[in-house]
Each structure stands twice: as C-alpha cells, then as structure tokens.
Design a protein around this ligand. Structure first.
Ligand SMILES: Cc1cc2nc3c(=O)[nH]c(=O)nc-3n(C[C@H](O)[C@H](O)[C@H](O)COP(=O)(O)OP(=O)(O)OC[C@H]3O[C@@H](n4cnc5c(N)ncnc54)[C@H](O)[C@@H]3O)c2cc1C
Length: 334
C-alpha cells in the first residue's frame, strides 16, 4: 500500500510536488482558498499575479513545454516613459528578455491540475499539525487527517502565523522563517483593458515608471483577445483610485486615450492566504531566500518558493522547491 502524503497548499509548488510524487504516494492536497493556484491568479486571460518567465528559468520553461503551453515575448517595442515631479521623459529601455504565457499563467495551473492524481480539498485552512506517538496529523476546522509525510508550501511567515505545531518548532527555525517575507506579498496589481493598444501606434512600449502614481510601474499586457496595460501600485482600494488612474493615463499617454473597458485589481497585501502584516512593507532588495528545514523525524518538510536557494520567490523557485522536497520524501524511510 502507498504511504499517505499531505501537501498543504495548491499553488504551483503544491501541485508540482503532487505531479512529481503521484506514482509513489497516495496524495491529499489541503488548500485554504476556494480555488487552486495560490499567487497565480488571473481574470479573462489577464494575469493578476505573476506574468513573466525569464530565459534562465529552465525548470518552468521545461514544464511549460511538457504541458504544451505556448509563450510569447513581453512587448517592449518603442519608447518608454519616466514620470517625475517635473514632467515626463521618454527613453529607450534596454531589452529584458522575458516571456508571457499565451492564455495567462493560470493556464499553467489548470493544465498541471488536470494531470495531477490527488484528492484536493478546498476551503480548509490547516490550523494545527501534531506529532504524537509517531502519529503525524493535520487538523483543519472540520477535518483531522493522518499522514505518513507532510509537505507545507506556505510562505514562511504565513505558516508561522497560521499553523500551530505540537511539539513546537525549534527557536532557530522560527527565527529564520520570520525573517523571510512573502515575495510580492506587498504588491497590488491592476490590469486595464482597452478596445485597442493605441499606445503602440504612438510608438510607445507601454512601459513606464512613475513617482506620481497611482501606478508606479506600467507594462503592456495585451493578449491575443484583448488590448491591455498592467501596473503595480501601492493600493487599489482608495475612493479616488479610478479617477487618479484615468488622470495618470492621460498624463502618460495623451488626452486622446481611449476610455478603459475594464479595470481589474488585486491587492496581495489583503490576501489572507498570501501575506501577513509584516509582509506589507516592500523589501528594498530580493531577500536571501532558501531553507532546508524538516521536523518530526524528517516526515514534515517546509517547502514553497521562498524555501528555494535558487530563484527563491519566483515560479522557478517553486519548482526547485518541489523537486527538492520530492527527492527528500522519496529517499526517506519510515
Ligand atoms: C503580483 C505578483 C507578481 C509576481 N510576478 C512574478 C513573475 O513575473 N515571475 C515569477 O516567476 N514570479 C512572480 N511572482 C511570484 C510567484 O507568484 C510565486 O513564486 C509562486 O506563485 C509561488 O508559488 P508557491 O506554490 O510556492 O506559493 P503560493 O502560490 O503562495 O501557494 C501557497 C498556497 O498555500 C495556500 N495556503 C495558505 N495558507 C494555508 C493554510 N493555512 N492551509 C492550507 N493552505 C494554505 C494558499 O492559498 C496557496 O494556494 C509574483 C507574485 C505576485 C503576487
């Protein structure tokens, strides 16, 4: 009989771990949200979470290829804009080769999910993990599930905040995990759709930096079906957000801009199952991600993108973490 593995979290790392281990274990994925994907989330093919894959992110590119998903380069032709208190400057941005997924990054999640042989339980935040008399157990508000192994894929601070461990985690583990933020957990993202990507006709790439906001950074986000821009901002829920955004678009793209068809927003700071209050402040540099903790006789592993020493925080990191946890669980004997 196969041993029972519980994976906590149905984001990219959780689903990839299940995909790698499904021939060897009977797998249950326990997910807090009412959907799969975690930080990977989109609306109508537009990405409200991650968008880009870089050429050196070999694992994610290989996964995309194996799932027969298509990619295309980020649109960067034309002039970019820098908005500051004294006006707007045009410049040519040096090329940063990066790719987007045709149909949106959520397509990666649904394709992966369709190939995963596991029981997926939604709407069940894990609250407690216990290890007593060699019995490893996961407790949610309505389920108690026994496991031979557990892989948690939660961002580190979230796991410390939301899951009670009995016996408690060692102090060095707690200190290390609490020092690592959820990558992009401070950000808010906004996708604005239009009839046409009119900025391209004016020789603009759609890329802009701004000190005035509300968007602090903006990019072309057009898809096969729809013309769009996306931007990062500090907050999307202020009463004046839509009006301020329209004013900024006029400043950047000219008074003849088309009126947006739709504005989709998400504030990841407010996402209960992504960020803690400690993550609300943007980090000035990419954190020194990576850890290799396991507890309870090596039967409970801490994974997720932030656990990866390589590309930690990125989708590539989530795949490295999945590979590393899969190797450890397969090599373990109980
Ligand atoms: C706005 C934004 C832009 C980004 N841009 C890029 C980019 O361009 N390129 C790139 O490579 N990466 C980017 N990233 C990072 C990328 O999204 C992550 O690296 C990746 O999605 C992490 O996957 P994960 O499975 O490790 O974690 P997550 O996706 O966070 O998955 C963790 C899962 O655990 C679940 N969970 C939480 N608490 C509990 C609980 N108590 N019980 C059960 N389940 C729980 C969550 O709901 C979630 O499904 C971006 C992220 C954001 C937010």
């Amino acid at each position: 009989m196969k041993k029972h593995l519980i994976i906590i979290g149905a984001g990219l790392c959780g689903l990839s771990s299940a995909y790698l281990l499904q021939d060897h274990f009977d797998i249950t994925i326990v997910e807090a949200r009412n959907r799969i994907g975690g930080r990977i989330f989109g609306i109508e093919g537009h990405d409200l979470g991650p968008s880009w894959i870089w050429p050196h992110h070999h694992h994610i590119l290989a996964l995309i290829q194996s799932l027969q998903i298509q990619i295309f380069p980020q649109y960067e032709n034309g002039k970019s804009l820098y908005e500051h208190t004294k006006g707007i400057e045009h410049f040519i941005q040096p090329r940063d080769e990066r790719y987007r997924i045709r149909g949106g990054v959520s397509k990666l999640i649904t394709s992966l999910y369709n190939r995963v042989d596991a029981t997926v339980i939604l709407n069940q935040p894990v609250e407690t993990i216990t290890f007593q008399d060699k019995r490893l157990r996961v407790h949610t508000c309505s389920h108690v599930i026994d496991a031979d192994y557990i892989i948690s894929t939660l961002p580190p601070r979230l796991m410390l905040q939301d899951i009670t461990f009995s016996p408690a985690l060692a102090q060095n583990i707690q200190t290390h995990l609490s020092s690592l933020s959820t990558w992009m957990g401070h950000s808010a993202k906004c996708v604005i759709t239009f009839e046409k990507n009119f900025w391209r006709e004016s020789g603009l790439s759609g890329f802009a930096f701004s000190h005035l906001g509300p968007l602090i950074e903006m990019h072309d986000a057009s898809t096969d079906q729809s013309s769009a821009l996306f931007g990062f901002c500090h907050a999307t829920n202020t009463p004046s957000f839509a009006g301020d955004l329209q004013k900024q678009l006029i400043r950047l793209l000219g008074k003849d801009i088309q009126y947006p068809i739709d504005i989709h927003t998400i504030d990841w700071k407010k996402q209960r199952f992504t960020s803690t209050t400690k993550d609300h402040i943007a980090t000035s540099a990419h954190s020194d991600y990576g850890y290799d903790f396991s507890i309870y006789d090596g039967r409970m592993l801490f994974s997720g993108s932030e656990s990866s020493h390589i590309a930690g925080g990125y989708m590539e990191g989530a795949l490295y973490a999945a590979l590393s946890a899969a190797k450890k669980v397969q090599n373990s004997t109980i």
